[in-house]
Ligand binder design. Sequence first.
Ligand SMILES: *[C@@H]1O[C@H](CO)[C@@H](O)[C@H](O)[C@H]1NC(C)=O
Ligand SMILES: *[C@@H]1O[C@H](CO)[C@@H](O)[C@H](O)[C@H]1NC(C)=O
Ligand SMILES: *[C@@H]1O[C@H](CO)[C@@H](O)[C@H](O)[C@H]1NC(C)=O
Ligand SMILES: *[C@@H]1O[C@H](CO)[C@@H](O)[C@H](O)[C@H]1NC(C)=O
Length: 331
Amino acid sequence: MHPYSLKSSKGAPFPPRPILVVLIAIFGFYVCYISFNQITLENRYEENSGEVQAEIHCRKPRLPHEELRYVHFPKPESYSRGECSCNPVRSFVLVSMQRSGSGWFETLLNSHPNISSNGEIFNRVDRRENISSILQTLDKLYNLDWFTSAAKNECTAAFGLKWMLNQGFMDHHDDIANYLNKKGVSVIFLFRKNTLRRLISVLANDYDRDAKQLNGTHKSHAEILAKFKPVLDVSNLIPNIRNAEKYIRDCLDHFNTIRHMILYYEDIVRNRNALFQVQEFLGVPVRKLVSRQVKIHTSPLPGLVRNWDDVSNKLNGTQYAHFLDGADYVR
Ligand SMILES: *[C@@H]1O[C@H](CO)[C@@H](O)[C@H](O)[C@H]1NC(C)=O
Ligand SMILES: *[C@@H]1O[C@H](CO)[C@@H](O)[C@H](O)[C@H]1NC(C)=O
Ligand SMILES: *[C@@H]1O[C@H](CO)[C@@H](O)[C@H](O)[C@H]1NC(C)=O
Ligand SMILES: *[C@@H]1O[C@H](CO)[C@@H](O)[C@H](O)[C@H]1NC(C)=O
């Protein structure tokens, strides 16, 4: 006779049927208890690791595959992104030069509720002393842990800064390009086509500042400019223009592989569609951008320098002659 046959209850050393039923019931309860505990444990784990869950959940914006590396879900240390924690954020840099309209352009960007451009963060020398201080600053910025008046925090969809070429951007171009590439940062280059205008504007601006320092009273820009018209160094004019243009070309070469768009001040002023393209590039809902800040002054060139005739003679007949005419004079 088989020792484990249930039919052999008679006389065999097997527990009586009621005890067997109780044992099975206890075992059943035990199994239920264990699995129930596991379920609650899992639930609790999911609650605790909300970040992980959010990340997995957030990683699916409906975008072409090649664009996915440019969208991020930063988790700022100093606050929670709340209802917008799953809104993708794009990191950007606005790269420009002095007197190229970048201040005006940045106020246009910041008039968009989902764009936050945080000014010339690297105008402070300690932030650009070496590449590690630069990258540290950028890390903090792109984690949205940077507070300026432009920071809109929770629902920002494009976050960036304005960076002038001479603020360490060109000095460390290799490391910066690597970083931008690795972090999926997009670049907007903003330059001014008329290099002569830009040079004059830089000079005039310096004069402007000097004039204000000379005299406590703050006169209007035009008034001061009229009084303090700069003299252009005519003998170095063409080399200066050439150098400035080379600087821009070199910059575009160094950052050629980074996702970018190139804008010219003259084009934005003339063609408002340019601003729609910028918004598309930044992946934000397209809307009309406004600025109360005045554009850089574009009064006729002859009135801006004291030795205009010399300048005109120097450039007449050269490849830069088109800088002289009023064709790019815009209101
Ligand atoms: C970089 O500059 C910071 C200060 O801005 C300094 O504390 C740090 O030691 C420097 N690092 C290197 C590697 O030189
Ligand atoms: C833009 O911001 C608004 C609120 O300020 C928010 O409701 C909206 O989701 C944001 N859009 C994007 C694309 O992040
Ligand atoms: C400074 O202001 C005074 C009074 O407004 C004026 O007389 C003087 O010419 C000014 N100086 C300069 C350098 O503009
Ligand atoms: C440029 O030079 C030509 C002749 O050399 C002259 O006729 C013309 O008026 C000059 N243009 C300007 C803007 O000075």
